[in-house]
Design a protein around this ligand. Structure first.
Ligand SMILES: *Cc1c(COP(=O)(O)O)cnc(C)c1O
Length: 463
């Protein structure tokens, strides 16, 4: 069975460059065969045929070089091998005593990430299912430390550009919408720090307890990086926990030459990272780093009579996070970091930014495309405009642009609704995206932009 699966995967991955970036779009529903829970089972070949011939092709080609939509990552193949080893050998890594060296590998991978982020030795972290659950654990940890039983008095501050998982996590952590303040962002889509300070002061005045603020190290909509040091000053002045959402942008801090772009990141209380984005792993691995590991421990530590004795001098994940039995997520992180080495991983991360800068520079020459400026990291928004275009014209044309480019199949881009306009956006983060694929995608964007602008704004006679 293993050999059959491997054969299908090799075929699939070796054709990834030829696949349409958006995947097959023909409508389909689950075949009656797939709903049928048979009495005595079926051969693996039939199951693999259905998966590889019908299900997998009808999905965005997220691992492909043309995937520039949302936040890519790619999915390093050796990480799948690590997951295969972890699942096939099925050792128990929820409690360290049951598999000490495997648990220590996971802790070691987190140590390397901690060093990249320049967090102190006191920091501890968890590998999570993704950025959303990392944010949830950060909020719970801050809530336990700063609010205790005063749950209803606590107030949390999020910019209107922060990822929606923060508000959702806050609600799940008992911080209800009436205790969540949405702070406006500036014209550069960064959290407005003056508005933040004013909101905190108003809540203090009202007898509430401001306790948590989140900044973005790269927003999903526009890639903006908040002014982390300014938010940090306000947070420390008023005793708030400062969390940074680095699910998209955090791994750019691995590159020393890019650290100035994320100034202040090593000073904050907690940080979300998504190895399944910026470290190119397959979906299912996020991470949370907490500056003072004892905060994480205080929020989660519990004993039970039946569990083996805790190893106090080594990291035991279930004492620091919500899970007990869990996949050994850190094995894939450890294996990929060990396999490729620091220099190659950094070079791959740096290359994504270099490609995004070049893409912006080329598109900026197009007469009908408009920009906020070059990408802060490797993501930038843009929109169509022409003389005399109204906001509604521009929004409609920009939606059309996204659809036209995607229908060509060489790249897939996505859009975002901002407060004042609809934007198309490019995010370069898949490790398979190279210069030649990017250039063919840019050519598609340029030609679609030219024809949409011409149709919308036909040149006058002789013009
Ligand atoms: C992806 C993302 C998240 C959510 O992370 P998941 O891994 O999808 O749960 C949060 N914030 C940002 C900036 C992201 O890019």
């Amino acid at each position: 069975m293993g050999q059959l699966v491997l054969d299908r995967i090799v075929d699939e991955l070796s054709s990834i460059d030829e696949q349409s970036a958006g995947g097959r779009q023909d409508a389909a529903e689950l075949r009656p065969w797939a709903r049928d829970f048979t009495k005595s089972g079926e051969p693996i070949e039939t199951l693999l045929d259905y998966l590889f011939d019908e299900c997998i092709p009808r999905s965005f080609t997220t691992p492909g070089p043309g995937y520039l939509a949302y936040i890519p990552g790619g999915g390093l193949y050796p990480a799948a091998l690590a997951d295969f080893i972890a699942s096939a050998t099925n050792r128990y890594t929820g409690v360290r005593a049951a598999a000490p060296l495997l648990a220590d590998l996971e802790a070691q991978a987190m140590e390397w990430i901690r060093e990249w982020m320049l967090f102190p030795n006191s920091a501890r972290g968890l590998f999570t299912s993704g950025g959303s659950s990392a944010a949830f654990t950060a909020i719970v940890t801050a809530r336990e430390k700063l609010l205790g039983t005063r749950l209803r008095e606590g107030v949390l501050y999020l910019s209107d550009q922060i990822h929606h998982s923060l508000g959702k996590s806050a609600r799940m952590a008992g911080i209800l919408p009436d205790r969540q303040r949405k702070i406006p962002s500036t014209s550069s889509h960064q959290l407005d720090t003056a508005a933040l300070e004013a909101a905190i002061e108003a809540d203090l005045e009202a007898g509430l307890v401001p306790f948590f603020v989140a900044s973005s190290a790269g927003t999903v909509n526009t890639g903006a990086v908040d002014e982390i040091p300014a938010v940090q000053r306000i947070a420390k002045k008023h005793g708030l926990w400062h969390h940074v959402d680095g699910a998209y942008g955090g791994f750019f801090h691995a590159c020393p030459e890019l650290r100035p772009l994320l100034r202040g990141l090593p000073d904050v209380d907690s940080l979300t990272l998504d190895p399944h984005k910026g470290l190119f792993l397959p979906y299912g691995t996020g991470a949370l780093l907490v500056r003072d590991g004892t905060d994480l421990e205080h929020a989660h530590s519990e004993g039970a009579g039946y569990l083996p004795e805790l190893s106090r001098d080594a990291f035991d994940a279930h004492q620091y996070g919500p899970e007990l039995s869990k996949p050994n997520r850190g094995l894939a992180v450890w294996l990929c970091m060990k396999l490729y080495g620091e220099e190659r991983l950094r070079a791959a991360i740096l290359e994504k930014r270099t490609l995004a800068l070049a893409a912006h520079e080329r598109l900026a020459k197009h007469e009908s495309l408009r920009f906020n400026g070059p990408p802060a990291l490797s993501l930038f928004p843009f929109w169509l405009s022409w003389p005399g275009a109204t906001q509604a014209d521009e929004d409609r044309a920009t939606r059309q642009l996204v659809a036209d480019v995607n229908s060509r199949g060489r790249v897939m881009i996505s859009g975002a609704q901002l407060a004042d306009r609809y934007v198309a956006r490019i995010c370069v983060l898949c490790f398979r995206t190279d210069r030649s694929r990017l250039e063919s995608g840019l050519a598609d964007i340029e030609s679609a932009a030219t024809s949409i602008a011409q149709e919308s704004h036909p040149p006058k006679d002789g013009g």
